[in-house]
Design a protein around this ligand. Sequence first.
Ligand code: NDP
Length: 448
Amino acid sequence: MSEYDYDLFVIGAGSGGVRAARVSAAHGAKVAVAEEHRVGGTCVIRGCVPKKLLVYGAHFAEDLQDAKRFGWEVPDCKFDWPTLRENVLAEVDRLNGLYTQTLDNHGVEIIQERATIEGPHQVRLASGRTVTAKYILVAVGAWPMVPDCEGAEFGITSNEVFHLEALPKRIVIAGGGYIANEFAGIFHEFGSHVTLVNRSDQILRGYDMQIRDRLLQISMMKGIEFRFNAPFEKVVKQGDGSLLVHMKGQEPVECDALLFATGRRPKTEGLGLENAGVELDGQGAIRVDDYNRSSCQSIYAVGDVTNRVQLTPVAIREGQAFADTVFGGNPHKVDYGSIPSAVFSHPPLAGVGMTEAEARNKIGSISVHTSDFRPMKNVLAGRNERGLYKMICNAETGKVIGLHMIGPDAPEILQAAAVAVKAGLTKQDFDDTVALHPSMAEELVLMK
Ligand code: NDP
């Protein structure tokens, strides 16, 4: 008989927590997982999945326009937000059910309550019950961060955006990162007037400069407005319910909704981590070693709460590595090299490996190859949007060390190409591969 109630107690049933729980259970551990919201976490319930469905929904606006040039008679089409919203939320319900079922099938006990840590092996549930576990895994994720300014409470975050009663005629989106650019595209395609406001003078810091500049140009051409170097001063709610957003050094902007997309913070506050001596970094993230272990020997953490790479597939890998290490007798670390990522803007962009600036700083001797082209479909559609693919190579070895692209289906194409980059292939290997014609992806093997 174990001296603990469980071998593993997981706090948080998001992507990382669910993977860790079910794999640990499959390795023979007695596992419980506590979740205060819904099983599935940010990605499934209020993140990647419903967002991507909105991206699909939004893109029909352009497809319907383009269809006319391809000979289709398209009657006047009208977009109905409640229909899409309800269908998306129903899909979220279905996935929530599937995630719950997966845990059930693996014999993981689901406790639908908030849990806090009372000691290295002890957890207190909201109902007052305490339970013990040999190991505790914290996988509570991150939460939207809202800048501290007067009237900020009138804004919403990505948590609420999927539930909007009606589409705003005018929306201000604060931030210049992933969420801001994805929702700028979504709302613009639905017909809202979008103003994106960022405190700095750029969007998507971390992505390749030329690629994000292309997105900025295309977004502006479509009619999305940008305000840069514009930190928030205050938000005022007016008599008619609209909002007036004041920024330093800028004219105020009037809108019907304000979406904060200003980053996400690890959700460690009030979790009782201090009761077990778990150390946090300056951002409130749990410090862990290469095996996801915190400064308390019995407490581990995976996913956004550790603020390493805030991406779902990374959290899943960390959850898997934790379970295999602690319960599977197969200790291993996650390899953080060459992680592909994408922004589902209109058009989308995607990248893997080093940007040109990063490569110049780190490697020095590099070669840069680009293909700047107008996709065939856009030509016939009369859509003046060019794609841009960019390959960064180590000039000495020829190895591809970065690949960045913007254009239709860029994330789909990049996922496949990322295999080649991860495998350490060279530009010559790309060039030796016969083009698949006609496609956009063939540009990858035809670069000068
Ligand atoms: P990001 O970190 O991508 O961007 C945050 C933006 O907010 C930046 O432009 C930043 O400005 C600005 N900002 C930060 N703090 C403040 C502040 N106090 N006041 C005003 N502006 C501020 O965060 P997101 O919220 O867009 O997304 C959170 C995370 O979720 C991402 O980092 C990503 O890992 C993940 N995500 C991934 C997606 C994907 O893979 N497609 C989609 C959505 C989210 P500055 O430029 O000055 O730093």
